[in-house]
Design a protein around this ligand. Structure first.
Ligand code: 6R9
Length: 627
């Protein structure tokens, strides 16, 4: 759970329970009301230790007190990591939409649940818990009437908007699964996901609006369903006034109402098509009775001040975004940030990739005015929620830039060496695994349990394998070094490419970079750096290369210096902002046929630019070799 939501929620809960503010136990009670019942737990770090050493009692208390059950669970957990068997709260039955809505409608119906930060700047719309519940129930009834039943999987192809959240919750309400597909995906990519989910119902809107551009979502669905025989109906809501052609399969949805109320404001700007949007825009904040922002736009529309304009207008308290966006905004300079009032901000979060030191410091110093903690949160789709983050911890506990640092409640990370042995010392690096189960973790892959076992449980028997590498510092803090596939071996030295990127990004001329390994006659693998310069920077390539070599030799070692530097206007990225190093590797290996599925790319033309840039480098190298 998002640390700040937990703590503010807990404070409210404490207030509502009338717990004494003077007793000694209240340090942890104010933070987590269940804590005083755990013997010997007096501080947050003791609470964390307890959550691992007696995880059953910890999760039983959390499960009992924070959720409404239709029938209570009889067994807290029945998990066996050696088998990949994950079962939590057996016998228990609950409805997640009831937990996200009805519970809060009961106590504070007029609290704002959603603030829809529409693409059109300054036209936000607020929905209370009562309104969101109404919308969800109506949509749930429509789905039920139209034959959607328990166990069905509904595909949602919509921009980040209240109706999309209501659609997710409506599915959950009637026991259907939802398959949220990012609304920027092509017809082919959408079709593949509809077929995978075997959906008979798709929910969409006539048009999407993002960054001032209109996208024909309904048309894309029309095209996709041509190759999806399972689809029987497409529910269509209107995001814009432009009518669309409706067929016999299509069902028009009516509009809904909205109103304005004040409340706590949680601003996770991830798209609901990603796991971050699921856990921290929709389910996490709503389950905790928070007010959550649905950000429909882009960080640079209509200009690079969009996020901070939104923070000022919506009075956002916690801002949660991705390093890629921070790096992008940093390129445009500080004035886009400082012209807006950011005094409501309390915590700044980062997720999705390692946040390089320069971006972390800019986020902290410029965006947060040096007064907001920056929390680098590590987790994955498979983990369901944040697993490693600097907070929660004692309020004055140190935060080290660019480090996720501390395991979250109930999380027991371990590092493995290449032989599969647990590394027990500090100041060491290895493959990041989890030694203990927790309730939010994935339980299977739909229709492919065998793949689930093979991917996550066979590499290190008895442990959940994350696929990431991590370093544990002398103080015992964790730093994620990147996907293990992104480790290269230069002259016998193994190094995570993220580590080199971190140094390259500290160069004042550099906006962002991607480092990959390439086959090298002498070193085994050489270092190939793709570099995007900041706006309006004029630097000779030789000077850049000299500067980078100096920095990398000083901060890492000479062997890690880039052998090749390729300047690029942009890097190929997934739509959630992760750099697709696989694509870069294929370009450098000259295996253009092996580029694989590019449908998840944000901007496929970026690849063409990279290929052309690489060709130019090869030509230059050939010219140099000629006598
Ligand atoms: C939440 C999310 C998961 C992968 C993960 C790791 C990378 C996420 C990170 C991070 C370094 C962080 N990742 N957070 N790397 N520091 N704070 O992003 O889920 O899309 O499944 O990606 O993202 O490599 O394994 P998902």
């Amino acid at each position: 759970m998002w640390p700040c939501v937990v703590s503010s929620f807990s404070r409210r809960l404490v207030a509502s329970l009338g717990v004494c503010g003077r007793r000694k136990c209240c340090g942890t009670a104010a933070f987590m009301p269940e804590a005083p019942a755990f013997e010997g737990v007096r501080s947050r770090s003791e609470l964390r230790d307890f959550s691992v050493s007696d995880s059953e009692r910890f999760w039983a208390a959390v499960g009992n007190q924070r959720l409404s059950w239709i029938s209570p669970f009889h067994t807290v957990q029945d998990c066996d990591l050696t088998q990949g068997r994950i079962k939590w709260f057996e016998g228990g039955k609950l409805n997640v939409s009831v937990n996200c809505l009805d519970r809060h409608v009961h106590t504070s119906p007029d609290r704002v649940a959603l603030i829809w930060e529409r693409d059109e700047q300054g036209s936000e719309v607020k929905y209370t818990y009562r309104e969101l519940l109404e919308m969800t129930c109506r949509l749930g009834n429509v789905l039920r009437r139209r034959g959607v039943k328990r166990g069905d999987c509904v595909t949602i192809y919509m921009p980040t908007c209240p109706l999309a959240v209501a659609a997710m919750l409506a599915c959950a309400r009637i026991g259907a699964a939802h398959n949220v597909v990012f609304a920027g995906f092509s017809a082919d990519a959408l079709a593949e996901r509809i077929r995978d989910a075997e959906s008979n119902t798709v929910i969409t809107v006539n048009q999407g609006v993002r960054g001032g551009k209109f996208t024909e979502l309904k048309k894309t669905v029309d095209e996709a369903v041509q190759s999806c025989p399972s689809v029987q109906q497409v529910l269509v809501a209107m995001r814009t006034d432009t009518p669309v052609v409706m067929t016999a399969r299509d069902v028009a949805m009516e509009e809904y109402v909205f109103s304005y109320h004040d409340g706590d404001v949680f601003g996770c700007v991830a798209d609901i098509g990603w796991i971050t949007g699921h856990s921290y825009t929709v389910y996490g904040p709503l389950a905790n009775g928070g007010t959550t922002v649905l950000f429909e736009s882009t960080p640079i529309y209509p200009d690079p001040g969009r996020y901070w304009n939104t923070v000022e207008r919506l009075k956002i308290n916690q801002f949660y975004g991705a390093p890629t966006a921070i790096r992008l905004l940093l390129k445009y300079g500080d004035h886009w940030v400082t012209k807006y009032d950011r005094s409501t901000l309390k915590t700044l979060g980062s997720v999705g990739e390692p946040i390089n030191t320069e971006a972390w410091e800019w986020y902290h110093r410029v965006v947060g005015d040096g007064r907001c903690p920056v929390v680098d949160t590590w987790w994955q789709t498979e983990t369901g929620g944040i697993c490693i983050a600097p907070r929660p911890s004692e309020p004055d506990a140190e935060i080290v830039p660019g480090m996720a640092m501390r395991p979250f409640f109930g999380i027991k990370p371990v590092l493995m060496d290449t032989e599969g042995k647990v590394l027990t010392s500090n100041n060491t690096s290895g493959a990041l695994c989890m030694a203990q189960p927790w309730p939010g973790m994935a339980r299977t892959i739909r229709n492919n349990h065998q793949r689930f076992i093979e991917t996550y449980y066979q590499p290190y028997p008895g442990y959940f394998f994350t696929g990431d590498g991590a370093y544990r510092s002398a103080q015992g803090y964790y730093q994620i070094t990147g996907r293990l596939d992104d480790v290269i071996n230069v002259s016998g030295h193994r190094i995570g490419t993220a580590e080199i990127e971190d140094v390259v990004n500290q160069c004042s001329a550099v906006a962002e970079s991607a480092v990959i390994g390439f086959s090298h006659d002498i070193k085994g693998e050489g270092v190939y750096a793709f570099v995007v310069l900041k706006k309006n920077i004029d630097i000779k390539e030789d000077d850049l290369s000299r500067q980078l070599n100096k920095m990398v030799s000083k901060k890492i070692a000479k062997y890690a210096c880039p052998d090749v530097i390729q300047l690029a206007n942009r890097l190929p990225k997934t739509r959630s902002g992760k750099i697709m190093r696989r694509v870069l590797r294929k370009v450098v290996e000259r295996d253009l046929d092996g580029l694989g599925d590019l449908s998840t790319l944000d901007d496929p033309t970026a690849v063409q630019e990279i290929v052309e840039g690489h060709n130019a480098i090869l030509r230059k190298q050939q010219q140099k070799q000629q006598p």
